[in-house]
Design a binder for this molecule. Sequence first.
Ligand code: SF4
Length: 411
Amino acid sequence: MSVDVTTFGCRLNTYESQVMRAHAEAAGLQNTLIVNTCAVTAEAERQARQAIRRAHRQNPEAAIIVTGCAAQINPAAWAALPGVTRVLGNAEKLQPEPWQAPDKLMVTDIQRVRATAPHLVANFAGRSRAFLEVQQGCDHRCTFCIIPFGRGPSRSVPMGEIAARCRALLEAGYREIVLTGVDLTSYGPDLPGAPTLGQMLRRLLAALPGLPRLRLSSLDPHEIDADLWHLLENEPRLMPHLHLSLQSGSDLILKRMKRRHSVAEAHAVIARARAARPGIAIGADLIAGFPTETDALFEQTLAFIDQAELPLLHVFPYSARPGTPAARMPQLPVTLRRARAARLRAAAAPHAARYFASHVGATRSVLVEADGSGHTEHFLPARLTRPLPPGHIQTARVIAANTDHLLLEIA
Ligand code: SF4
């Protein structure tokens, strides 16, 4: 084993794991496992600890380097695990130098970090789509969220660097780039001229006429700017897929979460997106069982899913994060949180079936991935009637919709 990487959590971690692998290999590390942790849920931390213990049991000689938000927030706890030889903070992990240094603990106070990571083309081996970090950190303080304590203040990658990184990814053969960050819609105020996310995207697409597909990761519905709306309506290379960080369908719970949008605003954003880009895919993050969520308040979120006909959901049972205000609120039983999460997923299922079926008969373009399947521009899983090479973008007619994928016929 030269350098292995185990990644937990978000697309940003997926991107950063590729950057770390390159640094570790450049540093000549051998027999090394990097564990890139996530602190969003207690379960994510439990799985990372389990992975470390298993790796140490199976290969006691291996060097285990722990990084990521959980390590950033509580480095000593991770350093104490069996087999762990180093803990690197979220700032250190993206720089080349710390990978050459001997120190066991290298974790800067992330609240003091102002710069974004230096440029490095990440190698998404076997993938046709590349993730690219354009924003880091978060200045909001949602009451359930530990991320700002692991990622620090919001900071943006300058426009010129983003364009250079995209060009390098296109030259490396990627056909779709997914822009990612901790709080993407917070892009820009720390840069000269304070460009918005939409303004950055407009300039990026103008600078890269050869970029076939640009996709956005999760967005705060309260912060979608006018330029982004304009692009959504008029720019075919911006994929028709919005994933919204909604979290709840109850105004009282949104208030207790310290979210910036209301239920009415969420409905308005979804309606506007569907008007701007008919057939657009709408996804959302929802938390089930937030502290103080009564049956009646929960029913509001259930009703929201039906009123908004939300097809694509990521549902998380609430997980108390030490140090967050919500963790000090009266907690609901874990079993109830999980049961509510299951009910939210079930409520979305008929909307998902109708949404998948709405594509039958239409022509869609599929970016082919390693195993011959792929995703459409709406980010729906797709299979083709005959195999094509990874990285190929194929336009074809949808002949069938199943619960979890579309079937497209190639003439
Ligand atoms: S916007 Fe809220 S949920 Fe998102 S990272 Fe920031 S604090 Fe966390």
